[in-house]
Write a protein that binds this ligand. Sequence first.
Ligand code: NAD
Length: 499
Amino acid sequence: MAWLEPIELDGRRGYRVRPPGGDETLREFPVATKADVAAAIARARQAAVSWNATPVRERVAIVDRAVEVLVENQEKYVDVISGETGRSTVETQFMSIFAACDAMNYYARRAASVLGDESVSLHLLKIKKATVAYHPLGVVGIITPWNGPFQLSMNPTVQALLAGNCVLLKPSEVTPGCGELVGEIFREAGLPEGVLQVLLGDGETGAALVSGGVDKISFTGSVATGRKIGAACGEQLIPCTLELGGKDPAVVLEDADLDRAVRGVTFAGLMNAGQFCAGTERVYVVESVADEFIDKLTEHMQGLRLGDDIGPCISQAQLAIVKRHVDGAVLDGAVLRCGGEVEGPYFQPTVLTQVTHEMAVMSEETFGPVLPVMIVDDAEHAVRMANDTRYGLGATVWTKNKARGEALARRIKAGSVCVNDSVITYGVLEVPFGGRGDSGVGAVNGAHALRGWSFAQPILTDRLGQKDEQHWYPYTQETADGLKKAIKVLWGSALRRLL
Ligand code: NAD
């Protein structure tokens, strides 16, 4: 029996959602059609007339109430999220509720200063006044995956709303309830009708949203879908951010604190049952400490409990991918140090050695509780291998020499790198989070991301009100001579250092 089952509901295509590995029906829903999406966009356009013009402080007040709703109802929401994803209570509290409260409050506290008018001091044209105004884009679409279904829906939604946009949120068909929660929280917080609408559906609904005439798309999901969405947004000349998959390397150097490295790499590789975009998917350990590291890693992984520590995989399809990667590697000469098997809805924590980059487990996103470990000669070899990938989302470096770790981090082709830590960059709201290469386009956190939900409009005003400017018509020899002289004075002398 499939955990997500296609069904027909009143003559419409729909889905029945079950918990990973469970029998009970959590919900059934019809897929929103192209016509449904068009109607929702039309409602959002109407709502945008007043929401776009609502002062930031009023938007902030609603987000503040939404945080209160979330805090007050956290237990109920944990049940919904854990029910759909199979995550433990602790993992849901940490990844979903804690992270969402922090993001909502963080952006609410900073919205007025980040989105307020910015007065810019000009380096050259001192006789002009410059102000940058940040306007809402209008109506935006947010399409999210199943693997962080609540937080990855809430974070872009709260940013887009604070920036004054109306939002159409299309959560994954695998975890529709997590997306609906976002709508429910804002409804209870008093967000006006039509400002946030949640559209349940699958790829068909998402595609209709992307081509439906919205003003921006924020997409988090697979590379294959990201490519289609990027192409569709390019066609319409609308902005998009694409947060896609990864194959994050961990580099363990000979001077690493091996106990911390083992525990950190394991957490990064296995959190969310390994279904984490910026989780560790491959490990490079320097030869001199390789045996000790691999022994400790295997022992630590063998001590993890299915169900308590490691949750179920989200779907049979996901389990099949993990099994295919592990079996394929073993067939091609990899050595299984522990795990390797499916157990009900779980995949056993798995360590593989003697792996090569020709194996899918080292080159494609596995998204399971699997750590393939390759022994490298030294740090240089590790960097070469870490960069031998089409992805570039995250990476970790483990060494007691922090300066060395930070220097190495700069040489790894990754959107972000942690030194002696893991899995924290998405939660560090001050810094941009985004991928390079096939891992995506754009970044989703920080002031830059919040402003990414706006159109930045410079307004330049003349201060002096003279009758004429030197470069206006008619062009004369006197103008040419004046410009020549100005160019020489400004950039042909030491004055340029002041500009
Ligand atoms: P997916 O691409 O299959 O689906 C993601 C969303 O896109 C879903 O809501 C889906 O219904 C929708 N969709 C599917 N086809 C579409 C189309 N043609 N047009 C518009 N929308 C469409 O991804 P998934 O399996 O749900 O998620 C897992 C993937 O997401 C992994 O690759 C993971 O690494 C990635 N991910 C990346 C980040 C990040 O921040 N970089 C975060 C989480 C997950």
